[in-house]
Design a protein around this ligand. Structure first.
Ligand code: COA
Length: 707
């Protein structure tokens, strides 16, 4: 039986550590780890282990774990892969809580079975494993540096979780250069057991870790990660950098919901849903982390830009729009605030332009006014080099204002100019003042600050009351299809399921021959559409299996002939059962909605506008489940073509609530019916507000798996 495992705290705050594979040879990883642990002034017990015995850096080497007198919380393993399992058995005997498995040569090179065997055994013996294929763990809480990276780690308030080893090691060095203090850096490598979700559980509650940075290549346990991220980002900022685009999702996808966007788009949307700040580059991530770990929180959303240059001010305003920073726009109040600081030919409309003739004293006046006023919640100060002030003067002003306001109001600086300005930037940065030469970089930090400000205030997704689904109908259809060995449902089966969850499709009948087709059309009433019915044809229009807008008997006769001819010609092996006659749906705005089981994140929903919007522009959005109506609404608002639903060029607003309803129903279906892997309504026709929505076609994929 799977046990709950030891408290994750002992990974960050072990009371005793054994280094298995501790070596006296200085170039070996087993030596470096012991050296780093000692250099980090780890206060607990350190036990180097190596069968050859002897001494290392003044510590006696234990020939085996059994020779250690006393308990061991954490064992760092730096021995070749073939000896690992046997050593894990020793660790179990010794009652070790955490294994930090440095060793490579497991699933990353195809040795999956051995990795699984080790994890299974460890789990059965209440041991958790970090790795394998990692550089170790540094934690300022213990403190302990159980890595083979640089020994110079500055303690601080940023916690890093990294899947890449080499990059992670380099990050330790780079954070030191950038003056970023670390509370922890954990290498997760193959994530055979411990993954980001486990670590976030500890770091979310850990006060010294003010910001968490994750470097991710692939997701494991995505649904668990989503849950913990949703909680963590309500407490502190989480920044993520992700590389690599998994092909798994696209390969598995036979429907639009899977193939429309790569795994990366789904990842991005789900991170946004979780309140995670996704950085485009390591540099951007570092800038955000540094700023977020040092800035006070803003008390509100009113930011002001103070500048001596109109052009750079406009650029900062553009950047503010891009990064979601709201500029204070109460002109009357700003007139009062900046009356003495801005000359008559300047501007008190945000950006506050103190003009090119501004001296360092004028900056001081404007910045003081902004600092003292409670309606202004944060300040972006821009400086273009002029001959009116020296870089040194401006930098002294920045330093003084920053030291007065650094506890109370977020401030960021961007100076631009020649060598003197660059020198000021370097000096101010060294002293921990947030300053950049690129105005976009500066404002992007404010974007992260405000995204976090909103995250901390966002409401929890409360579970929604779901109407009951007629599971018996679904079960019968799905089991029938599985008995035939099918992975996709025929359109009338899919339609029946859609109706069972409350998404009605147009009146329709199946006709086995032409006479039945004519009779059906006459019963339903013209205009009608005709579609081929075949278990072997999933994409009906691709083979000429669909005819629209049939107005009378003659058109039914022609269409029937054409459809049968096309399908026989293009899919000669397909068994054709007949055609489906359905009422033609009135024109409206066509959208596409779907739900599927994502290989990384589990059940997700998707939304996009039909036609070129999805096919060409890939203008779609995703959310992990569960969702509530607000979250669905935000998913819809996210796409670029959303204004079409609001009504453009004099058109009326569309039935947005009806779309939200339909998405909620699909999300309920995929969460309730484990055997349904993909469901898609394409198109869902949306009419004017009050006139409802109408599903036209449903497509459903199934699988035996019951994940
Ligand atoms: N218990 C204790 N010590 C053991 C042991 C055991 N069961 N088995 C071997 N040792 C000792 C060895 O005798 C050796 O000690 P010595 O230097 O005194 O002779 C030491 O452990 C290391 O073993 P060795 O065979 O010399 O291996 P190594 O140091 O060349 O390599 C690893 C070991 C773990 C570093 C290597 O297998 C590896 O995986 N390297 C890649 C690590 C990596 O890149 N990780 C990802 C980073 S991002």
């Amino acid at each position: 039986m799977k046990k709950s495992g030891p408290d994750i705290r002992y990974l960050f705050e072990p009371r005793s550590v054994a280094v298995i594979g501790a070596s006296r040879k200085r170039q070996k990883i087993g030596f470096k780890i012991v050296e780093n642990i000692l250099f980090s002034k780890y206060p607990g017990k350190v036990y180097p282990v190596n069968p050859s015995g002897g001494e290392i850096l003044g510590l006696p080497i234990c020939p085996s774990l059994d020779d250690i007198d006393g308990p061991v919380d954490m064992a760092v393993l730096a021995i070749p892969a073939e000896f690992v399992f046997q050593t894990v058995e020793d660790c179990a005997r010794k009652g070790v809580k955490f294994l930090v498995l440095i060793t490579s040569g497991f699933s990353e090179v195809g040795n999956i079975e051995e990795e699984r065997k080790i994890v299974r055994f460890a789990r059965d013996h209440d041991i958790r494993i970090l790795g394998p294929n990692i550089f170790g763990v540094y934690s300022s809480m213990a403190p302990i540096n159980a890595t083979f990276g640089t020994r110079e780690v500055s303690p601080g308030h940023v916690a890093i979780i990294t899947q890449s080893g080499a990059l992670g090691l380099a990050m330790i060095g780079k954070t030191a250069v950038e003056n970023i203090g670390l509370s922890a850096i954990v290498s997760v490598g193959n994530k055979a057991d411990i993954n980001e979700a486990d670590l976030l559980g500890y770091l979310a509650a850990h006060e010294d870790s003010r910001v968490i940075l994750m470097y991710i290549e692939g997701i494991k346990d995505g649904d668990k990660l989503v849950d913990i991220l949703q909680e963590t980002t309500r407490i502190k900022p989480v920044v993520v950098i992700k590389s690599g685009r998994s092909k798994a999702g696209a390969l598995a996808a036979a429907s639009h919901t899977g193939s429309l966007a790569g795994a990366d788009e789904i990842f991005s949307d789900i991170m946004r849903q979780c309140g995670v700040l996704r950085a485009e580059s390591i540099q951007e991530a570092f800038s955000w982390c540094k700023f977020l770990s040092t800035s006070p929180p803003p008390r509100g959303e009113n930011a002001v830009i103070i500048t001596n240059g109109g052009g750079i001010g406009v650029m900062a305003a553009d950047a503010s729009e891009k990064y979601g920073v709201r500029l204070y726009d109460d002109v009357e109040t700003m007139k009062e605030i900046f009356a003495d600081a801005v000359p008559a030919f300047g501007s008190v409309k945000n950006p506050i332009d103190i003009t090119g003739q501004a001296t360092a004293v004028d900056y001081e006046g404007a910045l003081q006014a902004a600092l003292k006023n409670d309606d202004i919640h944060s300040i972006i100060c821009l400086g273009c080099e002029t001959a009116v002030f020296s870089g040194t003067e401006l930098s002294e002003t920045a330093r003084s204002i920053f030291s007065q306001g650094k506890e109370s109001k977020p401030m960021i600086f961007s100076f631009f100019g020649g060598p003197e300005m660059e020198k000021s930037i370097t000096e101010l940065r060294t002293d921990g003042i947030p300053i950049y030469s690129d105005v976009y970089e500066a404002v992007s930090c404010f974007g992260a600050l405000y995204a976090n400000y909103r995250n901390l205030r966002r409401k929890k997704v409360e579970p929604v009351e779901e109407s009951a689904i007629d599971l018996a109908v679904i079960d019968r259809i799905v089991k029938g299809a599985m008995k035939d060995g099918r992975k996709s449902l025929i359109s009338y089966e899919a339609a029946e399921i859609a109706e069972a969850v409350g998404i009605p499709l147009p009146a329709r009948q199946i006709a086995r021959n032409l006479d039945e087709a004519i009779e059906a059309a006459e019963q339903i009433g013209y205009p009608v559409v005709m579609k081929v019915v075949s278990k072997d044809i999933l994409h009906k229009s691709d083979v000429g299996g669909v005819a629209l807008d049939l107005l009378n008997r003659d058109e039914i006769i022609d269409a029937y002939g054409a459809i049968i001819h096309n399908c026989r010609a293009r899919k000669p092996d397909a068994a054709i059962e007949g055609v489906e006659i359905a009422r033609m749906v009135k024109e409206g705005l066509e959208i596409i909605i779907g739900a599927r089981r994502d290989p990384s994140f589990g059940p997700i929903v998707m939304f996009g506008l039909g036609g070129i919007y999805v096919e060409v522009m890939k203008d779609v959005s995703f959310r992990a489940l569960p969702v509530n109506r607000d979250e669905v609404q935000s998913m819809m608002e996210q796409i670029r073509s959303y204004p079409l639903l609001l009504g453009v060029r004099g058109e009326k607003r569309k039935e947005i609530d009806g779309v939200v309803d339909a998405i909620m129903k699909l999300s309920h279906l995929i969460q309730t019916c484990r055997r349904i892997t993909d469901v898609e309504i394409n198109p869902l026709v949306v009419y004017q507000q009050g006139d409802g929505v109408q599903a036209v076609d449903a497509r459903i994929l199934i699988s035996n798996a019951t994940r």
